[in-house]
Design a binder for this molecule. Structure first.
Ligand code: THU
Length: 134
């Protein structure tokens, strides 16, 4: 694994979590990622009165990736919890695994309660653009 400042990433995720818009579930999530060229990206969850339209914190990270110049994701940390609970590491939901895999590939690292794991552990045999060319 390339040298990742996991403590720093978790801290950034905790900070951006403070900005979560999560009044419906009360579950506040923050995510922070680093790109191949060393940029720091962040995102928080943004809920909606039409619950199914909620944007996960990881969606914000992917938007930040492209709005700040594109490139590839190398590592991501995500933390969540109810407002007054201490934030805990959160593994991305199924949709976000697919979303992140598109921009980080199978070798991207994702924080977990047991320490960082590779994307191809979280999403084995992923569907990707390779399939579209068959
Ligand atoms: N959530 C995230 O932001 N990321 C995840 O990977 C899991 C779930 C958010 C969505 C919703 O606002 C809240 O957590 C409860 O599901």
């Amino acid at each position: 694994m390339t040298e990742i400042d996991w403590a720093g990433l978790r801290r950034e995720a905790e900070q951006v979590r403070e900005r979560a818009y999560a009044g419906y579930s009360g579950y506040r999530v923050g995510a922070a990622a680093v790109t191949e060229d060393g940029r720091l990206l962040t995102g928080c969850n943004v809920e909606n009165a039409s619950y199914g339209l909620t944007l996960c914190a990881e969606c914000g990270v992917v938007s930040d990736l492209h709005s700040s110049g594109g490139g590839r994701l190398v590592a991501l940390a995500c933390v969540g919890g109810q407002q007054h609970s201490p934030p805990q590491p959160v593994l991305p939901c199924g949709r976000c695994r697919q979303l992140l895999a598109e921009h980080g590939g199978p070798g991207m690292w994702v924080d977990s309660p047991d320490g960082p794991v590779r994307m191809d552990y979280l999403l084995p045999d992923a569907f990707s653009e390779t399939e579209l060319n068959r």
